[in-house]
Design a protein around this ligand. Structure first.
Ligand code: EPZ
Length: 421
């Protein structure tokens, strides 16, 4: 079991090039299943979740190779339409293979992803929408068996009860080669949806309205392959900015997606950090001491404050002057990092979906365990700013989303070492 040992208290300064977005790359890899010839994805981050997606593609008969942040996917031959439970459980977002597989072959068997570290994560909206598009879905021994009697789904007018990212992606993936037009009302507006649509359009799909709450997809006969560069990771940007804000110092992020990171930047700016942005650069100089954020920080679907950045910003605010209040509106169990932060000296009270963070003078090092990806990153951010040494275990969660985090932190002058097998 690997762990990070972090000696805190050093300021962090330097330049980092942002990795490609995990949450874009995953649905785009699934989308490659729909194509008739090779797809080349550049800036694909080297992460365990991406390797899990590659294993799923290879299992189906697609040939997916990965090197130097480039995934080459040859989807000409699909020999399997069932994805084994073991592969499905490696990452929850494997559920987006459902829409792509249905679009390509008209059938698939997947597993219920079940609950995860963020709480129950139902897929009722995915299922209801696909059923309206002509997919027969039944549950057999814990497996979800999907079949389109006419082999091709048909377009439908759909309204989501909540702008779910995964449901919007699954519907788009099933709709691009369906018969007729699909309209998604109350669609998710996350930038990663636009990136998926950008890839699909480059392959010949006809999609309009992505980035808005009404998306229209007109089915086409087939998609061809393409070369595509995955967008930069706005959550990795929020993470490294929070780390430097917490530990003090200066950071230049290159390959940044500035407008997409704005909902996070506008809140971080209220802590007194100086932030300047260029076309694809973000510069941050931390405040001598951060100020608490006056307004309640409410996580909301994009363009609201992203739930994925809640934990890392909280880590930075634990030692701010004053009290900050968070309200988590997307997931039920997204405060699991708070116990670790409290162990490091933070003053945090969780009351249902609200967390009250009273700034303390300084955190101290402690042994803590990461229990989810962003919570783990928050522990690293806190440990870098704390006095003394911290150990973070459970780092396989962190490796799901951050490419070589020890190299990134090391390049900024931080002392973070990986130990263990
Ligand atoms: C995506 O998850 C991201 N994952 C998450 O990032 C992110 O936190 C989330 O969107 C919200 O932005 C990927 O893109 C791979 P949702 P997803 O469907 O698609 C409920 C990270 O840290 N819901 O928008 O699963 C659901 O339970 C990860 O990188 C239903 O009730 O999110 C949740 O409470 C974690 N029924 C809410 O909606 C459904 O059918 C939002 O989920 C679908 C969702």
């Amino acid at each position: 079991m690997q762990k990070f040992v972090i000696r805190g208290g050093r300021s962090l300064s330097g330049e980092l090039r942002l990795q490609g977005s995990k949450n874009s790359a995953l649905p785009i890899m699934a989308a490659a299943l729909l194509c008739r010839d090779e797809c080349v994805l550049r800036d694909c981050p080297a992460l365990t979740d991406i390797y899990a997606a590659a294993r799923i593609l290879n299992f189906t008969g697609c040939k997916c190779t990965f090197s130097d942040n480039t995934a080459v996917i040859d989807p000409k031959e699909i020999v399997r339409t069932d994805i084994p439970e073991s592969l499905m459980h490696e990452m929850r977002s494997s559920i987006i293979f459902m829409g792509a597989m249905l679009g390509r072959t008209g059938e698939c068997v997947v597993s219920v992803p079940g609950g995860c570290e963020l709480g129950p994560r139902p897929i009722d909206m995915h299922i209801a929408a696909l059923e309206k598009m002509g997919v027969d879905i039944s549950s057999e021994g814990g497996r979800i068996v999907c079949r389109i009697p006419k082999r091709k789904a048909h377009g439908a007018k759909l309204t989501l009860a909540f702008p779910s990212v995964g449901a919007t992606e699954n519907i788009i993936l099933c709709a691009v080669t369906a018969d007729g037009e699909t309209v998604i009302n109350n669609a998710a507006r996350e930038p990663e949806i636009c990136d998926l649509c950008g890839f699909l359009r480059k392959c010949g799909a006809r999609i309009q309205g992505d980035g808005e709450s009404r998306i229209t997809v007109r089915g086409v006969e087939e998609l061809h392959g393409c070369e595509y560069t995955v967008m930069p990771d706005r959550i990795a940007a929020a993470t490294y900015l929070s780390m430097v804000a917490a530990a003090k110092g200066e950071l230049i992020l290159t390959n940044a997606c500035v407008p997409e990171t704005e909902p996070f930047l506008s809140v971080l700016e209220q802590t007194g950090c100086s932030i300047y942005t260029g076309k694809d650069k973000i510069y941050l100089r931390s405040a001598a001491r951060l100020r608490a954020v006056r307004e309640r920080i409410r996580t909301m679907p994009h363009p609201g404050f992203p739930t994925d950045a809640q934990a890392v910003l909280m880590a930075a605010l634990t030692a701010a002057e004053g009290t900050s209040v968070f309200e988590e509106n997307i997931f039920d169990c997204r405060y699991r990092h708070t116990d670790a932060l409290v162990k490091m000296g933070a003053d945090i009270q969780v009351l249902g979906k609200v967390a009250i963070v009273k700034g303390v003078k300084r955190l101290h090092g402690a042994s803590v365990e990461a229990t989810d990806l962003r919570g783990g990153a928050a522990m690293v951010a806190a440990a870098l700013s704390a006095e003394g040494i911290s150990e973070v275990t459970g780092i396989s969660h962190i490796d799901r989303g951050y490419e070589r985090i020890e190299d990134a932190v090391g390049a900024l002058g931080g002392d973070l070492k990986r130990f263990g097998e």
